[in-house]
Structure formats: structure tokens, C-alpha cells
Design a protein around this ligand. Sequence first.
Ligand code: BDP
Length: 643
Amino acid sequence: MGSSGAERAAKRVFLAALCSVCQALQGGMLSPTESPSREVKDVSGLWSFRADLSPERNRGFEQEWYKSPLAETGPVIDMPVPSSYNDITQDAKIRDFIGWVWYEKDVWVPARWIQDRGTRIVLRVGSAHYYSVLWVNGVSVTEHVGGHLPFEADISDVLRQTSGSVCRITIAVNNTLTLETLPPGTIQYMNDRTRYPAGYFVQNTNFDFFNYAGIHRSVLLYTTPKAHIDDITVETSFSDNIGLVSYNVSVLGSSKPAVKVTLSAQDGRCVASANGSRGVLKVTDVNLWWPYLMHENPAYLYSMEVQATAEDGQTDVYTLPVGIRTIKVTSTQFLINNKPFYFHGVNKHEDADIRGKGFDWPLVVKDFNLMKWMGVNSFRTSHYPYAEEVLQMADRHGIVIIDECPGVGIKDIRSFGNVSLAHHLTVMEELVRRDKNHPSVVMWSVANEPASEMQPAGFYFKALVSRTKSLDSSRPVTYITDSNYARDLGAPYVDVICVNSYFSWYHDPGHTEIIDLQLNTQFDNWYGKYQKPIIQSEYGADAVPGLHTDPPMMFTEEYQKTVLQNYHNVFDQKRKEFVIGELIWNFADFMTAQTITRVVGNKKGIFTRQRQPKPGAFLLRERYWRIANETGVLPTWARYPCQ
Ligand code: BDP
């Protein structure tokens, strides 16, 4: 393998990252929905697929594979979309592939979409990891840097110029990570010819999950009228029993659109309306959006219909669910609707057998059922933004979310440079743009366990946090630290301190008796220095299902339980003071790279990867329901254990 292949691929990713630095984000990223003026066509399913195994990984570009059907330029296999490609075949070369893979699908576009020149046709990819180039009928339509977030292209003109009614969509995706990508990674060439063949390289990363790749979320075609609602921003508050929804609508393709906004209650009653592209709606006898287990009627959503009529009389309609609630942080509390909220929740991953990080409704619904069964009221989207459908579920079920960007594994000082920072800011912008209207999202997390003690971290996090606040002043901002309180340079800028610690695991392995002292010290030190509320954002221990010892030993189910119990004793003291939450690491076992510390993945799940409970899940279930009974107002149907 020519040693410049992956380097070249990496360079392309890097250049694109640089490029994204120069472009401020344009336009909105409303979730595609159907309406009287919009149609959605899901073109997920089976796609043709080929990994570019050429030494340089560049044959696809050299031979212009996008110009003709992929099957004409070489062999293809079936690849499901959405899914990671890694675990779909029996071939370790595909599982561990680094470089460009090519996807292609022919889709039928309704003739009326093409014929009606007032229709705008958009191609949207929910996410693809990591760097994507898109063509329609051989014409380049867009490129995107970064996994976990959507991107789209207006393909109306291309379709009208090139189409019969079959539209050939080609997507090349490259999973190479560089020092400037999020997450970062490096390509390492093994140049010792006595140990490795020529051109041998590996991808190194500093994060603990498998770098699954491919088209991870749905690919959609959707329409809007030419003059269309491009973005909507809502911010909510209330005073006594009056809810306030301030809104801002941006319309493209019309210089003087007539905008009408109507807010309806769940029974369909119109509760407020207004004309104009910005304004404030007043809702009397407001039903606030409350988290699950905090109120008898949680997750109340209004429905906001926005109509924009252009000069030519065409109207675009978009309906947005709106939850009315407020968030405030004091030095000891996290307040939702002015009431103290205690996070009793989980950290998750988008991860499952076979599909890897591919979106999967059965998995999403099962996970929500498990969380609600356990009395979970919150989760963190460790370590990257999750699918929009997950946030929509959280809105509807009242599960509170800490929304995290893919800033994980930032450990190399070169990843604190200007290019990295600029890209990180762009990603935060993309994240806020996508998720700002979800009532479930209560806090932004800009990173996980960066090397926050390194000198540039102070400047870096000051910039990141303040930019995020300027994008959205209604939510607190944090990052997740595992650094020592005395050396952490970013903590002065965050609103809530989120600390990960693994006492009796990575430190003092086997010694659960030290947890009490060390955890108390951890909390007192952080609070003493910053006087900000603290979330234990990760803690836990690996448990290989079926492994038992008594007294407990590391990796057994008993040990996991003992670690949890020792942490809980301290949480119970400190939650009376300034600890505002506990999030177990992890909800479920998940896949990692192969290393000597991982036995087919990380086993810190309280559920297996197949979502079967370990004893830790029952322990947490009892605990979370007990806390909910103490702190919340539960509907009678939800009172554990009599469900
Ligand atoms: C934490 C990381 C998380 C890891 C976990 C572990 O944030 O990504 O999976 O450690 O080692 O520090 O299990």
C-alpha cells in the first residue's frame, strides 16, 4: 500500500475542515416533516456499496466513479442505510477499513416535483461519518465535514437539468480522523519493514468507542415551495399562569412574506396566534413542559404552526412541537420551571449489534422503555449528537438531555490550535442550529474529558463556551472533565461542573472501600473552588455478564453493584448540598477498538449490548424510583413498584 494514500485522504478531510472554518453557517436545519406544502420521501434502504481498497484509497476519484453507475466501475455489494458498514460483512478488511467508501442508489423522483418549477427539492443526509461528498446524476451537489449532524443540498436545478425521472445519488464517505477533526485521531505509519509490510498504517484515537462509519441516519428527499420557511427559533418562559413563546421565523425566497403563527394545545384548541416573522405568543393557563417523574402530566407539547405566504400567493407550512419551560442554574441547584431538578440518569451510546451506529427505531423505542422502566429522568448524548428522532422522543416522554458535541478525545496539544477551535465552533453552531427548539435539551456539553490542564485549554474553552452562549442564551453550557480541580483550566467558564471519576477502577483497582473518602474529597474540592453545582457525569465499573465472585472482584456483576452502592452513599449526602445529578457509565455495553483492556467492547453497561439487565440495572431502578418518589410528583400509574 502506497504510504501516501491515507495521508492524502486525511489531507482532503483536513482541507475540508479548514474550508468549513471559513464558512459561517448559512440557513436553518429544520427537521424535515410533511405538511400541506411539503412532501418527504425516505430513500434509505439497500444501497450499492464499494470500499476503495486501492493502495492510495483514491481510485474512486481518479476514475470518477460518480459519473456512471457504481456497478459499471467494479464490484458492488448490498449495504443497508442507515447502518455502519463495519459489521455487515464477514470481512475484517471492511470492519477495520480506513478511507473512502462509496454508496449509490437510484431513486424515483415524482414527476410533478420536477415539472412544478415552484417546488424546491432537497436531498438530506441525517448523518454520515466522517467526511462526505455527494453527487446527483454525476453532478457534485455538496460536501460535509463531521459525523453525527445532518447536511443537505438543494438539488432542484441539478434534477431539472439532468434527469429523466431516475435520480442517481452517489455518496463517498471517508472515516479518516486527523488532529483537526472532531473527534481527533492520527494516522500512524509503521515503517519498520521487518515488522510491517510497506505502506502499513493504523488509525489512532483517544476515545473509547469503535469508530463506526458509513451513512448512519436516513437519507431523505423532501420538498418545500420555492419561497420557504428556512428556520424557526423559539424561546419560552412563563410568569404565573401565562406562558410566553417568543419566536423568530426566517423565510427564504421571498422579500416580504406574510407570516402567520398559530399555537394549538394538545386537544387542537388554538391558544395563541400572531402575525409577523417575530413576536411573542401569550398562553393563558399554560401547561408547562415538565420532565418525566417530576409532574403528573409531563412532557406537555403545544404545536406551533407557521405559515409563510409569498408575494405569488404560495404558502409554506411547517409545524413545530413546542414545550414551554425555563432553565436556571444557581450555585447549588438546577432549576426547571423554578423547581430543583436532580438528574438521575444514564450516559448512552448510539451502538448495537450488526448496525453499529446506524439509526434503528426498535432500538430507540426499546431504550426509552428501559429508561422509563428504570426511573431514568435524563441522559447525556455521550459523546456526540444523537439522531433527531431521539430528541423528538425525549421531548415527547419528558426525558431531559445534556446535548454533547463530538469533542471527545482531545488530548494532543496540536488539537487545541486555531483550525481545531474554528471547526469546533462550527460544529457547536451546527448542533445548536439543529437542536435549539427541543424542550428536552437543557444543557450543552462542548466536550468530554479534554486535556483541560494543557495551557491552551483556558483560551479554547473560554471561546467555546462563550460562543455557545451567544448562540443560545437560554441554556447553561458545560464540558465534562476528568481533570484535577486545581489544574482544570476550562472550569471557570462553565455553568455546571460535570466530573467523571472511576475510583476503585482506574485508580486503586479492587479497593471499593476508598470510594467514600475519595468521592467526598472530589466533591468538596470542586465545590470549594468554584461554588457551582456538580453532576457526577460518569462513574461505573465493567461487569462481564455471568461472571460472579463473592467477595466481589473486578469485572464481576457483584463488583459493579458494589461500586455503584459506594458511590450512591456519597451522592445521598451530597445531593442535599450541591450535587445535582448522577449519570451512570454506561446504559449498555458497547463496542470499542480492540485493546488489552477491552473484552469485545466496554462492559460498563448496566444492560448488555442486547439490552438485557445486569444486577446493576435493578439496583439503579430501585434507587431512581426512590429518589423520584422523594423529589417528584408522580402520576399514580408511575409509582414504583406498583406499576
Ligand atoms: C471515561 C470516558 C468514556 C469511557 C470510560 C471508560 O469518558 O468514554 O468509555 O471512561 O473507560 O473516561 O469506561
